[in-house]
Design a protein. Sequence first.
Lengths: 618, 618
Amino acid sequence: MSYRYAYNTRDIKFILKEWLPLDEVLSFDRYKEYYSKDDVDTIVDQVRKVAEEVIAPTADDGETIGARWEDGQVYIPPSFHKAHRFLQDQGWGASNYDVEGEGALPYTIFGLLWEMMSAANPALMPYVGNAAAVSNVIRLCANEELQKKFMPNLLSGIWGGTMCLTEPTVGSDVGDLLSKAYPTDDPGIYKIKGQKIFITVGDRDDVENIIHLYLARIEGAAPGTKGLSLFIMPKYWINEDGSFTDNDVQCIGIEHKMGLKGQATAQLVVGENNNCRGYLIGDPPDENGVGQGIMQMFHMMNEARLDTGRLATCVAANAYWNAKDYGKERIQGRLLTNPKSGRVTINKHEDVKRMYLLNKATTEACRALLAKCYYYEDVREFASDKERRKWAKNKLDMLTPLCKAYPSDEAWGLIAESLQSYGGYGYCEDYPAANSARDCKIWSIWEGTNYIQSMDLIGRKWMQGKGAIFADTLKEIEDFIATYKERGYTPDGQCPLGLEKEMEHLEKALKTYQGIQMMIGGYVQSGKIGLMAVYARRILTATAQLYCGFLLMEQAVIASKKIAELGPDHYDYNFYLGKVLSARYYLNNAVPNVWHVADLIKIGDTSVLEAPDEIFDY
Amino acid sequence: MSYRYAYNTRDIKFILKEWLPLDEVLSFDRYKEYYSKDDVDTIVDQVRKVAEEVIAPTADDGETIGARWEDGQVYIPPSFHKAHRFLQDQGWGASNYDVEGEGALPYTIFGLLWEMMSAANPALMPYVGNAAAVSNVIRLCANEELQKKFMPNLLSGIWGGTMCLTEPTVGSDVGDLLSKAYPTDDPGIYKIKGQKIFITVGDRDDVENIIHLYLARIEGAAPGTKGLSLFIMPKYWINEDGSFTDNDVQCIGIEHKMGLKGQATAQLVVGENNNCRGYLIGDPPDENGVGQGIMQMFHMMNEARLDTGRLATCVAANAYWNAKDYGKERIQGRLLTNPKSGRVTINKHEDVKRMYLLNKATTEACRALLAKCYYYEDVREFASDKERRKWAKNKLDMLTPLCKAYPSDEAWGLIAESLQSYGGYGYCEDYPAANSARDCKIWSIWEGTNYIQSMDLIGRKWMQGKGAIFADTLKEIEDFIATYKERGYTPDGQCPLGLEKEMEHLEKALKTYQGIQMMIGGYVQSGKIGLMAVYARRILTATAQLYCGFLLMEQAVIASKKIAELGPDHYDYNFYLGKVLSARYYLNNAVPNVWHVADLIKIGDTSVLEAPDEIFDY
């Protein structure tokens, strides 16, 4: 079959060693005794090797064998069992989220390692990672007894984990879910009844037990999301002596998906025999019927949102690197600029190079955005200063919708361009592009559709702290531009770094973005709130482009200095040149979309809002 | 399985009866005795029924059974055999291209009927249509003897047909192909030797014979495309008595594709036993070694390019109509503008309506573009006035790259939005969206990649007739705007049709488009020809958006008048309202991309051109 791992680690090392303030992170009590910056290369190289040698060889099995359902049990490819066990045993799995454990890697580093591993088989990684995320919710929200009961086996990967939100009749509107929980005579233990669908790795045959985090409404609680509670609902009930009893959690099937075929997407029927029990996390609903469930689940959802963006990024990046490897070998056509020089490999053609640079710049933009968030995760959790922790939390909250939606929107177009660069072979499953295209489409949908993310950004995040938190991030960009100008940038083009035009575009994008906020505010005030919805997804894209443009410019400034230092004969010269060219491409081609979107919003087209349902019959 | 035919015919009837000058076409000698405008509804309805009842039920077999290769023979699903035979026998197949035959439908009508049929099973239709296209080349380019020998069985669908261009080492650069032809003692008959790949419907088990149009170089002919000749190369050689002899055309395998699995994409090895013969079409290469092959093949390629755009359009349109049908049933969430009114079906949500209107407007734009070309096909071939025939040919030549590339570029994004509107089910193969997404991706690649189309537009079509032909089309748009203004449009907004803003956008797009031509001209003159390549695909998109914006505005003007006439209670009111809203959406959201692209070109980013290959390793 076709899977091929083509990941390059250089940008990841650059992010960790030259761009992000990793020193700050490594100075936190949590990490200071374990790691120094010098370890980065070794760790990254080691995980690159694991990804290539242990994970990547399992990817084709996901496609050819796939996840299989039979008589209430899901079977996953045997090679997945082995790879999962290897990662857990070698410390590359859930154990990294053990805050009690020694030597866990910083999120800043581990987030990027996870990207490398995910690219090697995106279908496999939730089998590994979801247990950690479940454990994390239990750590943050459940009592010590439950922590002791569940966390060790989740963190060692002996048990798996899932998050159960979606039901046959609810998805985006999770507050309408029908799953019910009823108190039992045992305090904290509830009977649960309901159905869930689209449960990622919701059943499997390679772990002893599966610990579902199950969202349900306790009888009598308030309607809507606020009335929900969260339960630890194991597939098998764990008796006092450690033995298991069936817990009436039935897997009644899995979905037949366009891609990610090794990843079981399960339908669960729970408590059909009135025999399913779960542990309530935290307190029961208060006197107003308000539960803690949705806020607890958000710990896992926010993590899953970052992970979704990371999956989209790494699959697109891997598709791109595969495409350029193919392009080096495949001879076809002559250069437009020099047709007489004879046939060339396709990587020489202008339009093919455009596809590559589009992919390179955009995947680097997504990686930078995500990496910034891994850094904020560390600061939020482990900085000694409370204010700084809060600052990081705010940043992270604000960037999360961008992290989820922007890469997963872009991936579809990016992979299409990688595929296109193969010519007809791109459409053939013997080459890796088609598989990546099929895999990536779910990520714009799950974990809150990209529209949900957009409304989260505009309807909530813009307003948080009366708008101060968002304004603070725009200020960051403003300050960056100002600093750059002070250091020698002048409008007449005297900046030594040669990025005047790009900096102008960043500045123009920032100004027009502030205009977008004003216009949307105006529409809302004048009763045209529907226009906010109509433009929401385009605004999210523009937001990400503005912010990523800033990040790539930060990186380009560092790279420009290195270029001047190293000179063209240095082995690392082309990497830094590539960073500058990524920024230039992105600022000259993607960032101008910010003012294009502003233009569109100014038009304020109401055709969507005026359209009666009936016109869509034609 | 998942296939579902959801086609609506109303826009097609509108195009034929109210928009295009069908009366002119029906007045041509070729048609005047057979059809009147009154027949349109009946014909369209009948073919809609055939598409739904005969063709659509075969679509799932394409996915589940697929095309299968075994021991040198391709087997296609049995239901494909039946549907193919039915279409040929009932006059909906190749026989419509029989210019000798009576009662063939005008291209203007048949082109739209073919769209409806293709949507019902896009994998099936080349089995039906390619024979007609081969027959057409033979009619236009081959001698009478060959016409008599091959055309009848091609036109009745007793034999199939293909076009053989691509080889393992050549695709876009067809002039480098390695297939060779050697004269024999029989005049006009050559021995052929070579390999071909990606041959659509290149082998099959439902016809007596397959007539390949095979591009090869006669020994001693000039290098490059100009040295090529075209051969009629039957799978089985037809003896004088009508019996067959094996012609040494071996099918050695078919591709495993992302979609269109019922459509055999064959690898052919020809003349391996030195025993393959073909008939040369036209004359052997002249004294300079220049053959007639590529120009002959272009008759079929240009037709195939229109067909490619049509396939992309109809698959996107069918995906959209399926999505909106789903949206009527699926209840989820509350309205942003009226949350207290309770849960609603998803087709009520602003962002879902945006997805629908984006799809509706864009597929209508593509359909209008293609339909205009079907009309030009009729005029080119059957108008009595020679100048008018030439005029139509020029228009058609110029629009062909748009027809091929714009719909096939858009389809990927459009279908993704249809898929997105289902939520998670969109990613499941039990619903029709995923299948459409997989099917559509090849169309941006085959029949000349969309980059090839873009360079054809900019590098050739812009310049044809010293630029006069292209300028004439821009003039058409200018005249339309002027006429509209005369009829009551004023910049202060007094136009009774309510499309002032949209007309302004069309005008602005036209002006900025002329600016794009100037800028590209400037870049070429200043030695920056590479920038033409870098922006080529975006320019093609902008060109199509400008032209389609014009076409949708033409349609909206007609529809606006109907709205005023009919009033809101008329059963057809919503169709016309939809036409106006499509135009408004398109002019307010797609057409502004023309000036966005102009902005980007003005930036003149050279990062792609400056990038050395080595940066793409990172």
